[in-house]
Design a protein around this ligand. Structure first.
Ligand SMILES: NC(=O)c1ccc[n+]([C@@H]2O[C@H](COP(=O)([O-])OP(=O)(O)OC[C@H]3O[C@@H](n4cnc5c(N)ncnc54)[C@H](O)[C@@H]3O)[C@@H](O)[C@H]2O)c1
Ligand SMILES: [Zn+2]
Length: 529
């Protein structure tokens, strides 16, 4: 969603509604007629008189093309802009198009005899009726109709309501801590409206990386400011090392400096690192302030932003110091994923394969069907489908086990081995890659234990490989990996346990696995074999 366009007959209120809508979103406003006049140097009636309608439409098309390349802009189109199929297509591709419908009687009353309207002539009522009849089907084509006889504020509310409802919603039902994950293309544009809806007000500390602040910071701060919030952007360093008590300390300083109080909000704009750090700080500062996750990596959108786990690392162990602090809202704008490096996207897809294997055979089919999931051509619509499905699965699991006392273990598939790979081969793989290899290894364990059919394991491994994920370990002794598994903080009584699939879409939790079997399978999953 780069722009929002308004179409409709002259007098339908496109400029007024457009300006008011832009103000509510913190976007800019443009009017194609005004841009045409600026570009041509003559007034619209003069262009019509001197050059004719065909010339005017040509300039109009060029202006529409230029405008649809911009971002965060509400565009009021001239009444005839939709006559051109090319202009219509450009508008639809750039974002939602709202059709402001007003009965001809109302229009005629609003316009009277306006000398600035070259198409109206003397009998404005008859002219409007003719235009309306001619254009109705064009205006209605792929647009969202809005009753524009209503007052401007009501029309704007209706448009905002439509945009809010167009996002997919996942409810995470946790009693008094219930919240929603709002997934969609351009979902962040409504952040201010969303927060307002939660009854929030005051300051919002936006915790993010500097690079992400450059990319998305203005989208977020403008949306917040437009809804009356005072945003403070706080940049933290990139990488796992940012998840430290030292960085948390610096954030506490910054929050105190900005005067953040109990009623205020912390927003985490970024991947799992920002989410964990900001979540930890939000959960502890003043014994907990409102937290909003604005995840920008696939992993964060489908996993880390949902469930309320937040932690920083300790020199002795990852995620050793943490809290459970549920967000009040998660906004997963899949458009942010466009700029995500392919490797990071693939890492997220490994978690999606995990969800599919242990919980959802249908998701497995969807992933298999998205042939270009690992490629540049992965569309925002495809991403939305995956994010929505995975977020829903995570939500269901979290609902059954908010504090990770048992059932949440289902999400550990691939992670017993994956964490060991991360520990023993530090720095070689990002988390999702280690999990992908872990999934292959643990899948083989499941096959050896007679839980998973080898054909199903083959399909799983083929999917991982097609998503561009590693599925083999480098050659070497299994010892360091087994040592790491023995030390894993999730082990009980020194035995290694795994969540294993019993077919695609079903899992068995806490399966004890012998080191001998693991050693054999690890060797079988090495590159040379
Ligand atoms: N709390 C939980 O439940 C939970 C669950 C899983 C993982 N985690 C944690 O999440 C962390 C990993 O998260 P991650 O994989 O998102 O990594 P990350 O947060 O480090 O992000 C990966 C990289 O992508 C960049 N980036 C983020 N969004 C971008 C965008 N839209 N465009 C371009 N670049 C972008 C980041 O700046 C970073 O360099 C780990 O610390 C892990 O422990 C937490
Ligand atoms: Zn994981």
């Amino acid at each position: 969603m780069r722009i929002i366009a308004l179409v409709g007959l002259m007098g339908s209120g496109k400029s007024q509604v457009g300006q008011a809508l832009a103000r509510r979103l913190g976007w800019t406003f443009a009017d194609t007629d005004a841009e045409i006049e600026a570009r041509d140097g003559r007034s619209i009636p003069a262009i019509f008189r001197e050059s004719g309608e065909a010339d005017f439409r040509a300039v109009e098309r060029a202006v529409v093309r230029g405008i649809t390349k911009r971002r965060r802009m509400v565009v009021a189109t001239g009444g005839g802009a939709v006559l051109s199929a090319a202009s219509r297509r450009l508008l639809y591709e750039a974002g939602p198009v709202f059709y402001l419908r007003v009965p001809v009687e109302v229009l005629a009353g609003r316009l009277g005899a306006d000398p600035g309207r070259p198409l109206l002539g003397d009998d404005s009522y008859a002219a409007l009726e003719r235009l309306s009849a001619e254009r109705e089907t064009l205006y209605a084509d792929r647009t969202i109709p809005v009753d524009a006889a209503a007052p401007v504020d009501r029309i704007v509310d209706e448009i905002l309501g439509y945009l809010a409802d167009a996002r997919r919603r996942v409810r995470v039902d946790l009693g008094p801590r219930t919240y929603e994950v709002r997934v969609g293309i351009g979902a962040l544009a409504l952040l201010g409206v969303d927060l307002h809806g939660l009854g929030a007000r005051g300051r919002v500390a936006v915790v993010t990386h500097r690079a992400l602040a450059r990319r998305f910071g203005e989208d977020v701060t403008a949306a917040l400011e437009a809804a009356g919030f005072a945003p403070h952007v706080m940049a933290v360093p990139m990488g796992e090392r940012a998840k430290s008590l030292q960085q948390a300390g610096r954030l506490y300083d910054a929050l105190a400096e900005a005067g953040l109080a109990r009623i205020d909000t912390v927003a985490a704009l970024g991947g799992g690192v920002v989410g964990d750090l900001a979540g930890f700080v939000a959960g502890t500062y003043m014994r907990g302030v409102r937290l909003v996750h604005l995840p920008t990596t696939l992993l964060a959108q489908i996993d880390s932003s949902i469930g309320g786990k937040a932690a920083v690392n300790h020199p002795r162990a990852k995620n050793l110091i943490g809290v459970f602090h549920q967000p009040a809202l998660v906004v997963a704008d899949v458009e942010t994923l466009r700029s995500l490096p392919p490797r990071e996207r693939q890492a997220g897809l490994a978690e999606a394969v995990k969800y599919a294997m242990v919980l959802d055979a249908e998701l497995f089919g969807v992933l298999e069907g998205q042939e270009n999931a690992a490629a540049r051509r992965w569309s925002a619509q495809q991403a939305e489908e995956i994010v929505f499905r995975c977020a829903s699965l995570k939500a269901r699991v979290v609902e059954t086990d908010e504090f990770e006392e048992g059932p949440r273990e289902v999400l550990n598939y691939g992670h017993t081995v994956g964490h060991a790979i991360e520990a023993a081969l530090a720095g070689r793989y990002v988390h999702g890659e280690a999990v992908a290899i872990g999934i292959r290894v643990e899948g083989q364990v499941a096959v050896r234990l007679g839980l998973l059919a080898s054909e199903e394991a083959r399909r799983q491994d083929a999917l991982l490989a097609r998503l561009g994920l590693p599925v083999s370990l480098p050659p070497g002794p299994a010892g360091p990996l087994l040592d790491a598994m023995r030390l894993d903080k999730k082990r009980r009584d020194g035995r290694i346990r795994c969540t294993l699939p019993e077919g695609i879409g079903r899992a068995r939790l806490g399966v004890e696995v012998s080191e001998t079997l693991l050693g054999e399978v690890i060797h079988a999953c090495q590159e040379s074999s």
